[in-house]
Design a binder for this molecule. Sequence first.
Ligand SMILES: NC(=O)c1ccc[n+]([C@@H]2O[C@H](COP(=O)([O-])OP(=O)(O)OC[C@H]3O[C@@H](n4cnc5c(N)ncnc54)[C@H](O)[C@@H]3O)[C@@H](O)[C@H]2O)c1
Length: 259
Amino acid sequence: MSARFGGKVAIVTGSSSGIGKATALRLAREGAAVCGAANRNAEGGQATAREIAEAGGRAIFVQADVALAADCERVVAETLRAFGRVDVLVNNAGITKGAPLEKADEALFDQVLATNLRSAFLMSRAAVPHMLSRGAGSVVNVASVHSVATYTPYAVYSASKAGLCGLTRGLAVEFASRGIRFNAVLPGNTDTSLHPRSNQAVDRAAWRPRPLDGLPIKRAGTPDEIAAAIAFLASDEASYITGAALLVDGGMLSILRDR
Ligand SMILES: NC(=O)c1ccc[n+]([C@@H]2O[C@H](COP(=O)([O-])OP(=O)(O)OC[C@H]3O[C@@H](n4cnc5c(N)ncnc54)[C@H](O)[C@@H]3O)[C@@H](O)[C@H]2O)c1
């Protein structure tokens, strides 16, 4: 198979672990030069870039908070300095934080919305002009099954991910005639540190584990299975797909319970 991303340059936010790391590695394996970005776990981000370089690829890591406009501009500027162009943007950075309404404050709301939604707006605003100048580009936003359905106490997280799908559709329409596609991937239960089971930031007392045997595919997804869908939408194979919301959830949202 020819390299789908040969000669291309990709930015992947949240590249220090989980889905972002798997995506950075996959895009690099398929020929892309990759700029990874993350605000915390800089060692993880550096390690991802090192792993790509050791496998013969090209990668840099930029420590940045994608909730901040100046940091997003810096990520794009560093990408251009290192690789000269931007073809693919994967807005993957995100946090899962939840609280029941009576315990949720504005700080939680603002942090979740800024990290999960404003970040995609800011990164797109910074990167898209450099795609427009070449008349081509692809943006993939990592949303969630929580864009569509949710459970307590994730109303705010759900709002951020539903908003991300709205942003995806709006920008897809805005840029379709100018060669830039915007799509969303909606992962289900994926085996990463962000999952509430292992995430320290989550109110564990409020979280109820969902048995995986309730899923049609009776296991969690792997980060690489999500990365595969992201890479497909980012690639030219998806040239007629824009504004889509692709569920990668093991059938989670397809099952109708009879009780
Ligand atoms: N794991 C799941 O079950 C699951 C399910 C649905 C959706 N998702 C989504 O997938 C995405 C990746 O999550 P993951 O499971 O790989 O988790 P993870 O915690 O392993 O990775 C999150 C990444 O985002 C980065 N990040 C967080 N806030 C940031 C900020 N302000 N600026 C820059 N980087 C920031 C972290 O440094 C890390 O690299 C998230 O958007 C998440 O909402 C995950």
